[in-house]
Design a protein around this ligand. Sequence first.
Ligand SMILES: O=C1O[C@H](COP(=O)(O)O)[C@@H](O)[C@H](O)[C@H]1O
Length: 239
Amino acid sequence: MASPATKIFDDRRQMVDACAAWLVDRIAQTEGRFALALSGGSTPKPLYALLATPDISRRIPWDRVHVFWGDERFVPADHPDNNARMARETMLSHVPIPPANIHAMPTDGEPEAAAAAYQRTLQDYYGASALDPARPLFDVNLLGMGDDGHTASLFPGATQLDETAAWVVAVRDQKPETRITLTYPALASARTVLFMVEGAAKQPALTRVFAGDRALPAARVHADGDLVWYLDRSAAPAA
Ligand SMILES: O=C1O[C@H](COP(=O)(O)O)[C@@H](O)[C@H](O)[C@H]1O
């Protein structure tokens, strides 16, 4: 990876504060609809909770914000592992976002059909079935990274890493649950891709990602616009 923009914070609190402030500004500076792709897992929870606090939430024009997900565990919407449930509980149910602006991944029926349905949702929003790098799908795509270097539900060695046509695919070979994930072309279609990574457990993988080790899925993410890493000091790559 060629010199990613990296911001390193002393701790998680500082990282989350900075990320929220940046996001609020970015939404304010954007005219019309604002498409925000969310990640799941544990890392973004404090960010979502902060965005829902009255002081921050009132500065966000929620009626203009549309939320999507980069990936989802294929479990019922009320399951504790459901990424959209986490975002609803920490943020979306506490802010005045119109329900029609919440575009969760479906998790019923067959995973492949659900992935195809979500691709149609994205294409309807985008207004085209082919991505144009000059007109990104997302204003901001928030991503996380697992200890093994996975991002969204793109895991090391998975066949989905090679997908170049579909925007959304099913991931059947991960345990314990099947997943749905955006593919690299869709993840890249963003004015800003912002990774948030925290904790010493991620430092070894992050060191490899920053060294350009393409075996780790996070290392292969590009952005049509900017790609930025927000890290806490314990996750920061070894020099
Ligand atoms: O499984 C997932 O893991 C990654 C990283 O999660 P974290 O708990 O280590 O923060 C997350 O970005 C992804 O959305 C999620 O489905």
